[in-house]
Design a protein around this ligand. Structure first.
Ligand code: FAD
Ligand code: FES
Ligand code: MG
Length: 320
């Protein structure tokens, strides 16, 4: 929720957040976390006070977050945005050093050093009449604003989301309220139907011969499986790619992906592409490029955390 006093900009009637302008203009002191929810021991939601971003964001875009002054840059999808409250919502899976550090440190009232965006091209909503919106793992939250945008455009929306097990399920109420049909898939069958999201899509395809488009966000292996499922039916399939990104503005080349006979930059040409054209094996190989360094960074960080937990607090004499 926005904390700042608001006034109206007489010219265009867009709300101007005085506190935000002051923060950005004078202090440059980052962006306040105004909400947090933990969905499981690895997945957490952060609401960020960022009125300008909340007004500008469109479904399918992302931000680059720098958690603190010495932190690395990580891309995160804008899972939701609300121009009335001036907030953008991120849903994060703690998979390595930075996302685990954020899980520990990002509490309500603390600030993120940098939140750059909205970046990337929004998803083209178009004139599709019937759409299947698919989210698996860290793709469940980012698919929600797309399902909502398709619904608002008048499409019949079938939501398909996948989790390992019932305890990890979140936002099922939001999807139920937004989608015309909603299918949960769990690996162990503890909620919804048993199996991967491909089982849910196959069910939707069997029940509806007139689906115009499938939009899928999740781990590359999942999106590859979705693309292979829809390929024989020549069913338009859009996927959201998650290569390693650094600047997010098309300058470093880190996020290049092979799509058909082209090499494209996911941050400025995407991140949404035709799933039938994407070279997923190349994407998965490139995602593994820094595994050794990433493991080392996580080990060093958790070692430092354990050490500081065991260190006695500084004595009053040593404090300045
Ligand atoms: P590390 O141990 O450093 O890395 C773990 C794995 O994450 C790596 O093997 C690599 O595959 C990937 N990764 C590492 N650094 C980057 C990077 N700079 N850019 C992209 N991938 C990286 N995750 C979410 O939890 N929620 C989201 O909404 C979300 N949206 C994304 C949107 C886009 C456009 C992209 C490209 C990625 C998104 N990710 C999202 C993935 C997220 O950026 C990575 O999980 C995160 O950077 C891992 O950082 P780490 O230091 O915790 O883990
Ligand atoms: Fe650097 Fe895309 S992240 S070019
Ligand atoms: Mg990292």
């Amino acid at each position: 929720m926005a904390t700042g006093r608001r006034k109206r900009d007489a010219g265009n009637e867009r709300p101007v957040d005085i506190a935000e302008s002051r923060r950005q203009g004078e202090q440059g002191a980052g962006f306040e976390i105004v909400g947090r929810q933990d969905f499981s021991d690895v997945t957490y939601l952060l609401d960020i006070d960022h009125p300008m971003m909340a007004r500008a964001a469109k479904p399918g875009q992302f931000v680059i977050v720098i958690p603190h002054e010495h932190g690395e840059r990580i891309p995160l999808t804008i899972a939701d945005f609300d121009s009335r409250t001036g907030t953008v919502t991120l849903v994060v899976q703690a998979v390595g050093k930075t996302t685990q550090e954020m899980q520990r440190d990002c509490r309500v009232g603390t600030r993120l050093f940098g939140v750059t965006g909205p970046l990337g091209l929004p998803v083209e909503i178009g004139n599709a009449k019937k759409v299947v919106c698919v989210g698996g793992g860290l793709g469940v939250a980012p698919i929600f604003p797309l399902a909502r945008a398709f619904k608002e455009s008048g499409a019949y929306v079938i939501g398909v989301v996948g989790f390992r097990t019932r305890d990890l399920v979140f936002w099922d109420d939001r999807f139920q309220a937004t989608c015309d049909e909603f299918i949960i898939c769990t690996d162990d069958g503890s909620a919804g139907i048993e199996g991967r999201v491909t089982e849910g899509i196959a069910l939707a395809m069997a029940n509806h011969g007139d689906i115009d488009e499938v939009v899928a966000i999740g781990p590359p292996i999942m999106m590859k499986a979705v693309a292979e499922l829809t390929r024989p039916a020549n069913l338009k399939t859009t996927v959201s790619l998650n290569p390693i990104m650094v600047d997010g503005t098309g300058m470093c080349g880190g996020c290049r992906v092979k799509v058909g006979d082209k090499v494209l930059f996911a941050c400025v040409d995407g991140p949404h592409f035709d799933g039938h054209q994407v070279d997923f094996d190349d994407l998965m190989n490139r995602l593994r490029r820094f595994t050794t360094e990433e493991k080392l960074a996580t080990q060093r960080w958790s070692h430092a955390c354990r050490r500081s937990a065991h260190e006695p607090p500084p004595s009053p004499e040593t404090q300045v």
